[in-house]
Design a protein around this ligand. Structure first.
Ligand code: FAD
Length: 501
């Protein structure tokens, strides 16, 4: 088979991959980006690039015959999920024994499907999780750089207080305040100037049109509009879509060899290829990158990988839950899909939790306050490659640790407000806490353990990890700002030290 050579290859086009591609290209290094998902830049027959959450079609999910939305039911009715034609849709749900992991597929990775919350972690907790990283440099240089490039903005507080679209958040805030809890605004990469025009009826609705987990047709500054647009604009980046990297090995001259499979719209591998490069950057996300590495260690193609590759995985303590409000505490029929506020109880030494006020935009008053809680769950699991597939050792008992922490906080809120949980949201009757899926897979190739302190993979030269695999299982807030800033830090170092002629 012919080997197609590039100076640098980047696997994946999420946060870690996009930062690597831009900074390599700006340094004048020709770079090939390989992404298994499709480009989300052409409209379907309905004139839209993405389908809505309310009426999902084949564009919603990655090769599924039925959608698998996180809210399996509402009032115990299976009204949320729909039969669809298998297709390379934008949202994937990767199922392991006790944990399903949601990930984005396509040019832009998770940025295509996520809630846009752009949160910088508490400095003290960042320092605790990354003891070998210079926090002064991170908070002085790389976090600001990441936020600027990502286009982070904040909601105008006056508009927040007055618009119907955030009544659900104000109701959730009232319940938190009655409990004596601190609330805080959460920044976003959704363009709030656009959202106000949506509310005024002068532009097509996206956040105000129930769009989010299956992609936003407008308003969102996803990576294809920011880092990746800039990377492609240099002229030094080639992007291949629908091409999945399946194996990595090293040639005798020290260059990298990648095996890939090109997928068609039915998921069939229509072509296999080999690529070569001098510098290899892994940005396939916590699952994608770790899978490639544990597989390479297991199959013997990269035997010198550290024993810690695969370890240190966690779901960022994610738990979802709903509370039922009193009839007079309405949440509103109109709900923006972009969360803008959280309950910040992270400083509580007995039970650190950061809980975001999430929408449940059913188009009808439902009195539900929905939350995504991020708990300081210390449990970690290991990803390994056995019998031809990736497995995750995360147990139900490890999820129970997150649930206990969320329950402790929300029992207080319910007691202070004389309210109860909602029992009808997560499929099985009486399931209050959704602890079997996560949005924030972190770890598997932890910074300073599986790699050096800059993401250089131990045991090999010119091999780098730039994505969520580096984060040790928990960061206390939504992770993409941290992932982006760490990738900026890696690229700044590597381009100076490793690629000089
Ligand atoms: P990803 O963004 O996952 O990108 C990896 C890319 O690599 C994907 O496009 C994938 O298709 C591709 N890939 C993987 N393996 C291969 C391979 N072998 N070959 C080729 N391509 C490959 N975070 C926040 O900070 N704020 C939020 O509001 C938020 N909300 C979320 C909501 C949802 C529904 C989800 C799913 C996630 C959310 N997240 C949020 C999490 C955030 O999106 C992820 O942490 C982030 O995208 C991870 O970035 P990454 O660079 O590690 O990988």
């Amino acid at each position: 088979e012919p080997v197609d050579n590039s100076p640098a290859i980047v696997v994946g086009s999420g946060y870690g991959g996009a930062v690597a591609a831009l900074r390599l290209a700006q340094a004048g290094i020709r770079t090939l980006v390989l992404e298994m998902g499709r480009a989300w830049n052409t409209a379907g027959p309905d004139g839209k690039v993405f389908c809505t959450t309310a009426s999902p079609d084949k564009r919603s999910m990655w090769f599924r015959a039925r959608t698998e939305a996180p809210l399996a039911s509402f009032l115990w009715l299976d009204v949320v999920n729909r039969d669809i034609t298998p297709y390379p849709g934008v949202l994937d749900r990767v199922r392991f024994a006790n944990m399903s992991v949601y990930v984005g597929r396509g040019v832009g990775g998770g940025s295509l499907v996520n809630g846009s919350m752009a949160v910088t972690p508490l400095r003290s907790y960042f320092a605790e999780q990354f003891p070998t990283v210079d926090a002064t440099e991170m908070y002085g240089t790389y976090f600001p750089r990441a936020r600027a490039m990502l286009g982070v903005n904040s909601i105008d507080p006056a508009w927040f207080e007055s618009t119907d679209w955030y009544r659900f958040t104000r109701t959730a805030r009232k319940a938190a305040q009655r409990t004596g809890l601190r609330t805080t605004f959460v920044p976003s990469v959704y363009d709030f100037a656009y959202m106000r025009k949506e509310a005024a009826g002068t532009v097509p609705r996206s956040a105000l049109g129930q769009e989010v987990i299956y992609g936003n047709n407008h308003g969102k500054r996803s990576l294809d509009k920011t880092y990746l647009a800039a990377a492609l604009g240099t002229g030094n980046v080639t992007l291949h879509t629908m091409e999945k990297v399946t194996a990595i090995s090293r040639a005798s001259d020290g260059s990298w060899v990648l095996e890939t499979g090109r997928l068609d719209d039915t998921g069939t591998v229509v072509e296999t290829k080999q690529y070569g490069c001098a510098y290899l950057f892994l940005g396939g996300g916590s699952l994608g990158t770790t899978e490639l590495l544990v597989r390479a260690r297991q199959s013997g193609t990269l035997p010198a990988l550290d024993a810690s590759v695969g370890a240190g995985w966690g779901p960022n303590g994610n738990v979802m839950l709903g509370r039922a409000n009193h009839l007079w505490d309405t949440t509103g029929a109109d709900q923006s899909t972009m969360p803008v506020m959280g309950i910040d109880d992270w400083a509580n030494p007995d039970n650190p939790v950061f809980a975001e006020m999430a929408p449940l935009p059913t188009g009808l008053e439902n009195w539900v306050s929905l939350y995504l809680a991020i708990t300081k769950n210390p449990e970690r699991a290991t990803l390994s490659y056995d019998n031809g597939s990736l497995s995750l050792s995360w147990s139900a008992a490890q999820s129970a640790v997150s649930v206990a922490m969320a329950k402790k906080l929300f029992d207080r809120i319910n007691a202070a407000n004389s309210t109860i949980y909602r029992y009808d949201l997560f499929g099985t009757p009486s399931k209050v806490f959704a602890d079997d899926f996560c949005y924030h897979p972190l770890g598997g190739c932890v910074l300073g353990k599986a790699t050096d302190d800059y993401g250089r993979v131990k045991g090999y030269s010119r091999l780098y990890v730039t994505d969520s695999s580096l984060v040790p299982g928990n960061i206390g807030v939504n992770p993409f700002v941290t992932i982006t800033a760490l990738a900026e830090r890696t690229m700044a170092r590597v381009l100076v030290e490793d690629t000089a002629p």
